[in-house]
Structures are given as structure tokens and as C-alpha cells.
Design a protein around this ligand. Structure first.
Ligand SMILES: C[S@@+](CC[C@H](N)C(=O)[O-])C[C@H]1O[C@@H](n2cnc3c(N)ncnc32)[C@H](O)[C@@H]1O
Length: 307
């Protein structure tokens, strides 16, 4: 299918969709480093700009729109009507593009917290807004580890099928491929990666934060269990101007950008651009490539109707 990608970041989701056989015809992100990474690894079709200044006519017609809109301002009861409220801006623009472009399908990724924002009213409002825009909407929580990703990352996927499509052409969520007994451990995911200091093997982006390794038992500050999938790779800060990288399974240091990217199932030769903090952030922001591939496979099954 022909896909437009909003808030594309470094392109984790897009790469997964491409691997499933789709074409990303247009992408957008505001962050210059993410756009540079995207151009280098995926393609020159990314437009580096604030979505709020992009006109609908500058976005090509497409079969699907995808994007993980960052969710600031979601505690507002009425998210589309608070004109001028900067905090709802990104949601409003995602909605504007779907409403204006009317793709057959849309897929949006978000954090789990979106489900309990404003006591659950935010997600209800999202479902209603997209239903009013002409879509049958559903959402579900996913643990990436259930899809072969070596990480217990939990995310919500909100998906819409245009109401004029028949019921049997509704987008279906992918079924899990793994369960707790077959989850991929972080030890397994990283077992062939040498220490960054190893002079024999050179890996791109194999640099790491020297932020101290601790065991204070909260996110980003606890020991990594090598026998389990990694905790969620974070994009959020360590309070000292950097990103809080998860500890390496040997717990002697934090994971390098390369290792974090492998846990996010980016290919080993996918090269990130920018400062170390920016690269960690791009990695932590991404939808795991493998999960994107699973979503893409479900879109592929629906392809017959749209050609
Ligand atoms: C959660 S990340 C998306 C990651 C992406 N889905 C992936 O798989 O790699 C959200 C992105 O929204 C971008 N963003 C934030 N504000 C924006 C704006 N006003 N216009 C365009 N992009 C924006 C950020 O730079 C960030 O890369």
C-alpha cells in the first residue's frame, strides 16, 4: 500500500512497513537529526518541518496514514475544540490529515498512559473524533516481547478502517508470535556484540552513556536481568541533559546506542546521526522495526481491496 507517515522519527515503524512490502510515499518529522537518520537509511521522501505548517495539498493521496502523535495536552476534555492550545497541536494535526486525506486505514501508536488520561476520557474522545471523521476505530495494548522483540515494551495501537469499506476488510491487529516461555532474552539479542572498546570489531553507533549504573529499583535505575527481555528502551531524560539508557545485561555499564537499537530490532547497519543523546532519543522513540513489520503484514492481507 501507499503510506504517508507522520511523526516518523528515525523511521522504526516505516522500516517495518517497508519490510512487509509497502511504500512510504511521504514522511514528516520536525527533528533535523531524526530526518537526517531517516534520509540516510530509508529515503529522501522525508520532509523536515513542523506538521502544523504543512498544507493538506502538500501531502500526497495515500492508502494508509501512520504515526505516533506525541501526547501532550491529552488531559483536555475536548481535544479538538481548544483552538490555540499548543498542547493539543499534534493530535489535532494527525486528525486533520486523516480527515482531509481520507485514507482507507490509519494506524497510530501511543504510550500506555493514553488509556487512563483524564480518567479514560481522552481515549473515548479520540475514538469519537475519528468515528465522526468516518472511521471504525479500535485500540489494543501490545507487549512487544509477544512479537519477538527482546523488550517488554508496552504500547497502544489505535487503528481505523474507513466506514465505507466492508466489514471483512477491516484492519485486524496482528496475533502474538511469542509468549512468556518463548520471549527473546536480552542476553540472546546481544550475545554477538563485543564491548565497544574491542578493537577487532567495529560497529556503528557503538558508544554509550557513562551515566552511573545503579540499583534503585525504578525505571532506568535497576539491574537488567539477562534471562529476560530488556525493559523499555527510553527516550526520556536522565535529569542531567542525557537520555536514560538501560543497563547492559552484564550490568557493568549502560547499553550503547547500537545495543539499544538492536533491542528495538533496528538492523545492525542502520546508522543514527546526531549527538549521543539525540541518537539514544531517536532509538527510544521508535516503534520496534519487527513490530512495524507485523502491522505491515496485516495491511498486506487487505491489499486486494485497494487496488
Ligand atoms: C514517538 S516519535 C515517533 C517515532 C517513530 N514512529 C518511529 O518508529 O521511529 C514522535 C516524533 O514526533 C516528532 N514531532 C514532535 N513534534 C512535531 C511537530 N510539530 N511536527 C512534526 N513532528 C513532530 C518528534 O520529533 C518525534 O520524532
Amino acid at each position: 500500500m501507499k503510506i504517508v507517515s507522520l511523526f516518523s522519527g528515525a523511521g522504526g515503524l516505516d522500516l517495518g512497513l517497508i519490510k512487509a512490502g509497502h511504500k512510504i510515499i511521504w514522511a514528516n518529522d520536525i527533528d533535523p537529526d531524526s530526518c537526517e537518520t531517516y534520509r540516510l537509511n530509508i529515503g529522501k521522501h522525508i520532509v523536515c518541518s513542523d506538521i502544523s505548517i504543512i498544507k493538506l495539498e502538500d501531502i500526497p493521496d495515500c492508502d494508509v496514514v501512520v504515526g505516533g502523535f506525541p501526547c501532550q495536552g491529552f488531559s483536555m476534555a475536548n481535544m479538538l475544540r481548544t483552538a490555540g492550545d499548543e498542547r493539543n497541536k499534534l493530535y489535532k494535526h494527525f486528525h486533520r490529515v486523516i480527515k482531509g486525506k481520507k485514507p482507507y486505514y490509519f494506524i497510530a501508536e501511543n504510550v500506555r498512559g493514553i488509556l487512563c488520561l483524564d480518567k479514560g476520557n481522552a481515549i473515548k474522545k479520540i475514538v469519537k473524533d475519528f468515528s465522526d471523521a468516518g472511521y471504525r476505530v479500535k485500540y489494543q495494548l501490545f507487549n512487544m516481547a509477544d512479537f519477538g522483540v527482546p523488550q517488554t515494551r508496552i504500547r497502544v495501537i489505535i487503528a481505523g478502517t474507513r466506514k465505507d469499506l466492508p466489514k471483512e476488510k477491516e484492519f485486524q491487529f496482528p496475533p502474538p508470535t511469542h509468549n512468556k516461555t518463548t520471549w527473546i532474552s536480552i542476553f540472546n539479542a546481544l550475545k554477538n556484540i563485543p564491548e565497544p572498546e574491542d578493537p577487532k570489531l567495529k560497529f556503528k553507533n557503538h558508544i554509550y552513556s557513562k551515566y552511573k549504573v545503579t540499583n534503585r529499583n525504578f525505571t532506568g535505575h535497576r539491574k537488567t536481568d539477562p534471562s529476560k527481555p530488556s525493559p523499555t528502551i527510553l527516550a526520556r531524560g536522565n535529569g542531567k541533559g542525557g537520555v536514560c539508557a538501560i543497563q547492559h545485561p552484564k550490568n557493568h555499564r549502560r547499553m550503547s546506542v547500537r545495543e539499544s537499537a538492536l533491542v528495538q530490532t533496528f538492523p545492525v547497519d542502520f546508522e543514527f546521526v546526531g549527538s549521543m543523546g539525540s541518537m539514544y532519543r531517536q532509538v527510544g522513540n521508535a516503534v520496534p522495526v519487527l513490530f512495524g513489520h507485523h502491522l505491515g503484514n496485516k495491511l498486506k492481507q487487505l491489499k486486494a481491496i485497494v487496488v
